[in-house]
Design a protein around this ligand. Structure first.
Ligand SMILES: [Zn+2]
Length: 166
């Protein structure tokens, strides 16, 4: 957010946007979006960041229903960590999600991985859709978070990261 805000000009290219721009090519627009076509991952990331700003404002000023963090073990069991429902609305959307407590108990799933998982869930709240696989925005942007905005390498296949999404 700070990198994009760029001291008030709101025209910076964040490390997240630069990373996502390299990899995200599909499902670049939220379902509610009716503006001009989003053609790359940079535009998509900037749109998502603006939408998060709106959602955090709406939640903070109580213009949305209170956000709830619930928990549920998926049945059948999956490697999902955090699940958010895709919102079809642009405004007044609660930033709610559902935690899989079984995964949260695993110490080897670190904070960065969980941050990416939460980002995936909140991208659903922002209106972005699965599939949660390679080249789709809702997968590539959170995977950039999980890699610390570094590029991909053979040691860490995408599937090792998007297995945690729901
Ligand atoms: Zn998903």
């Amino acid at each position: 957010m700070n990198q994009k805000w760029n001291g008030g000009a709101n025209n910076g290219i964040s490390q997240l946007a630069a990373c996502t721009n390299t990899y995200a090519t599909r499902n670049l627009q939220p379902v509610w979006y009716q503006g001009s076509l989003i053609t790359n991952g940079l535009e998509a990331t900037n749109l998502a960041m603006d939408q998060f700003t709106q959602l955090i404002r709406d939640n903070g000023f109580r213009r949305a229903l209170p956000a709830k963090i619930d928990y549920s073990i998926p049945s059948p069991v999956t490697s999902s960590t955090i699940r958010g429902e895709t919102s079809f609305s642009q405004a007044r959307v609660p930033l709610s999600f559902v935690i899989n407590p079984t995964q949260l108990d695993r110490v080897e799933i670190n904070g960065l991985t969980l941050s990416g998982s939460m980002f995936h869930a909140w991208l659903h709240r922002a209106g972005f859709k699965d599939p949660k696989t390679t080249s789709y925005f809702i997968s590539e942007a959170p995977m950039c978070v999980m890699r610390g905005n570094q590029g991909k390498g053979p040691a860490l296949p995408d599937s090792a990261l998007y297995q945690f999404f729901d």
